[in-house]
Write a protein that binds this ligand. Structure first.
Ligand SMILES: C[S@@+](CC[C@H](N)C(=O)[O-])C[C@H]1O[C@@H](n2cnc3c(N)ncnc32)[C@H](O)[C@@H]1O
Length: 292
């Protein structure tokens, strides 16, 4: 753990993220539970289908998506298979390489472009990649907590992209301050569920264990989380007034534990930092009349 999160600079955080994600790009899909968790993947598919359908009725041609911090394509490959065109931006060149190969193997090369850059410096990236200005939807999955300031992408995107209609954020840790402290029964339930999740994930034998957490790279997941109500306010102030999706859920290793916690025993589910995640989608104007 760093001595103080306050002494970390943006450069420290960028550097840790670059090293971590460069070194793990090739094994990324094998070592991260959420990519195999069928509960999480199903929720993601439902969200992306809803977003795509909502925009496609008013679109002239394919919908142009920006997958910020695209990694190995958890979102990009789904968006491409729905019929969208995708720009993927990632800090780690190897992530872009891995994703470019996956996109080509899936037959979507013509609809994808991958750029190396930082999610919190889109203004610089736009100088060499003007196509960023044309994106209609920005999708962000599990990236904001890696940034020094998670507000920056929203400030820059609303300035940079005049055609932006929708912002989708998912799999980010809820802010510590917004969580309800668990009571005694919930604590006991949580301990039991955690043990089941660990045992079950070992029984299933994931091929490779995830590397130890890097608190500097996962900055806000160790600090105070991400304030989803502040994101909603920022977007709303820029005209994104329709809340299309908003939910909280607990991230678990296995599908079985996710379903138990988030569906079957929903009333017992308690808030835990940084396990309680949020998903938020906000839309600007109305899809039917093409307003922005
Ligand atoms: C937890 S992974 C999520 C990847 C993908 N979005 C997904 O849902 O699987 C975080 C990704 O963000 C990238 N990343 C970290 N810091 C970044 C930054 N400042 N700008 C752009 N990408 C960044 C990492 O390289 C990594 O690919």
């Amino acid at each position: 753990m760093p001595n103080s999160f306050d002494s970390l600079s943006r450069e420290d955080i960028l550097q840790h993220n670059l090293v971590l994600h460069e070194n793990t790009a090739e094994q990324y899909d094998q070592i991260h539970y959420y990519l195999r968790n069928r509960f999480e993947q199903r929720c993601l598919w439902q969200d992306l289908r809803l977003i795509h359908r909502r925009l496609e009725c008013a679109a002239n041609g394919p919908i142009r998506y920006l997958d910020l911090g695209c990694g190995t394509g958890n979102l990009t490959l789904k968006l491409l298979s729905l019929g969208g065109c995708v720009i993927g931006v990632d800090l780690a060149p190897r992530m872009i390489d891995v994703l470019t190969q996956k996109v080509a193997a899936a037959g979507f090369a013509a609809d994808f472009r991958g750029f190396i850059g930082s999610a919190d410096d889109l203004l610089t990236l736009e100088k060499t990649h003007a196509s960023l200005r044309d994106v209609q939807v920005v999708c962000i999955s599990s990236v904001l907590h890696h940034l020094f300031r998670w507000e920056t992408p929203f400030e820059q995107l609303t300035e940079l992209c005049p055609s932006l209609r929708l912002a989708y954020v998912t799999h980010e840790p809820c802010s510590r301050a917004s969580l309800t402290p668990p009571h005694a029964i919930s604590r006991a339930y949580n301990r039991g569920l955690r043990m089941f999740d660990l045992l079950w994930s070992r029984t299933i034998r994931h091929p490779k264990e995830a590397p130890a957490d890097d608190p500097v790279a996962d900055y806000h997941a160790f600090k105070d989380g991400i304030d989803e109500s502040q994101i909603a306010e920022m977007l709303s102030a820029s005209g994104f007034r329709e809340k299309l999706i908003h939910r909280r859920y607990n991230m678990r290793r296995t599908t079985q534990a996710s379903i138990l916690d988030n569906v079957v025993c929903r009333v017992l589910r308690n808030d835990i930092f940084p396990i309680t995640m949020f998903t938020l989608a906000m839309m600007r104007g109305s899809a039917e009349n093409g307003q922005t």
